[in-house]
Design a protein around this ligand. Sequence first.
Ligand SMILES: Cc1cc2nc3c(=O)[nH]c(=O)nc-3n(C[C@H](O)[C@H](O)[C@H](O)COP(=O)(O)OP(=O)(O)OC[C@H]3O[C@@H](n4cnc5c(N)ncnc54)[C@H](O)[C@@H]3O)c2cc1C
Length: 305
Amino acid sequence: MSLIRAYERLSGVLSSPLRLREPMARHTTLRTGGLAAMFLICDTLSDLSKTLETLAEEQVEWTVLGKGSNVVVSDEGYDGAVIVLGRDLKRHHTDGGKIHSGSGVTLAALVQDSYSRGLTGLEFGVGVPGTVGGALAMNAGTRDEWIGSRTETVTLFIPGRGLEVIRGTDVEWGYRTSGLPDLGVMVECALDLEPGDKALIRREMDARFLWRKASQPQGLPTAGSVFMNPCEDSAGRLIEASGLKGLRFGGAQVSEVHANFIVNVGGATATEVLALIDHIRKVVIREHGVELKPEIQVLGGPKRT
Ligand SMILES: Cc1cc2nc3c(=O)[nH]c(=O)nc-3n(C[C@H](O)[C@H](O)[C@H](O)COP(=O)(O)OP(=O)(O)OC[C@H]3O[C@@H](n4cnc5c(N)ncnc54)[C@H](O)[C@@H]3O)c2cc1C
């Protein structure tokens, strides 16, 4: 692999400058993690196409990052290229009850825009940080409502094949899974919404906002729920019942407000966060016989089981 050759070939070709050794703490909501060997913003489809072609030829591993709100980057960093979607892929427009959105748009922007146009169906997204691409990859939402059930089509850029449109009904949407990221880079989607009463939409959005404010940590860096909820139970309840609320490993702490959140109370390293995650899993198995599955994804570092 030649990362440097890929860097030289792409420098001056893409609309936005590339960076080497980029601190990933700047690009993740947990504010931890090491360096990405290369960091680049693809403002256009043509930039994305050139980037993926060059990275493939130079055998450089790559990943796409949205707002990094579901990712922990290891302290050893990521020795591939981190791709972020920029300008042209951060646009959206509405056409009747449909929203056509680039994957780089934030989910919050779509939630607000659908409200202002009197469209209902995205209220579940209130308080879910991140981009539309990240939401599609993770099938973001709640236990009962998720973005997949509103997705009419997803457009992917598949290396070596180009653009392909997949119908939402052909995707196996599951609890925090879609299988879509394995296929390529999601660049766009069409979401199907319905006309609604603006006052009712507002009321629903406000209720969800207040629920989050009361039940989730505020003002501290976090990557949201650490574990998926097991069937018929809640990861937060199991962690709290295991006596782990408030437990601290260095700067990483099991939130005092919601035990399924880890917060960075100051200077946390990814190593501390990951050690805390391992510890929680072990204690919950010991105390309750339940194996919690991480919702958070880890980028870089040694392979984890
Ligand atoms: C305070 C807080 C509250 C949260 N609450 C919720 C919640 O209620 N429900 C919920 O579901 N999640 C929640 N999350 C988790 C997170 O916000 C969601 O998973 C979000 O959808 C991730 O979006 P992102 O852009 O940050 O993705 P990232 O974290 O950047 O990436 C997540 C995954 O998506 C992939 N990806 C991103 N963009 C693309 C793309 N264009 N093409 C292919 N793959 C891509 C990445 O490679 C990675 O594998 C919460 C997080 C926080 C910090």
